[in-house]
Write a protein that binds this ligand. Sequence first.
Ligand SMILES: C[S@@+](CC[C@H](N)C(=O)[O-])C[C@H]1O[C@@H](n2cnc3c(N)ncnc32)[C@H](O)[C@@H]1O
Length: 205
Amino acid sequence: MDYQTEQEKFWAGSFGNDYNKRESGEDRLAWKTYLFASILAKTHGVNSVIEFGANIGLNLAAICRLLPTSKLNAIEINSEAVQELKKLDLTSVHEMSILEYAEEKQHDFVFSMGVLIHINPTKLDDIYQRMYDATHKYLCVIEYYNPSPVSINYRGNEEKLFKRDFAGEIMDKFQNLKLVDYGFAYHRDNNFPLDDFNWFLMEKN
Ligand SMILES: C[S@@+](CC[C@H](N)C(=O)[O-])C[C@H]1O[C@@H](n2cnc3c(N)ncnc32)[C@H](O)[C@@H]1O
């Protein structure tokens, strides 16, 4: 498969395959269910969802428990992760890079978790547009926040992890997106520890 960036090759290949194996488990599913319950509590009328970079589908499995009648859709670049996604009861699984995703269908809740941080920064503007185009209601980014862009060594790899104010940049680009709420998942939470993610829920007006 031809990809536009080094970062896509990284996730489509053996690093991505190893990541999939680390990510399963009932504990993580429970913590994610808590996280998405907090976010979805701020929304209404979410009947269809699409995740950009869904991995093996733990987020979608958590959302399925909370919104069992909602149509759930995934985009994922790593084929082994896609095999796992296909075992879930999803409406669609798009095996491709989110840099190529261009379906016209819109969804009520479009989100990424831990994915924008791994995208080549030169492609972010393009991804913001694709996520914006894919929603007709909510856009949610659950990523590592930093007030200014920084690149961090990621498990010994350079240029594979970037932090910045993703939501701020999205709201600057699309003036009709308004912040609904935001929050933080703390790795030392007493009951529901997740990586130190910041979440930002925006709504299209
Ligand atoms: C750190 S994991 C996060 C997975 C999932 N969102 C979660 O929260 O558990 C990043 C995921 O995004 C996928 N990914 C990375 N770059 C991608 C791209 N350009 N297109 C589609 N998926 C991508 C990876 O294969 C991996 O499954």
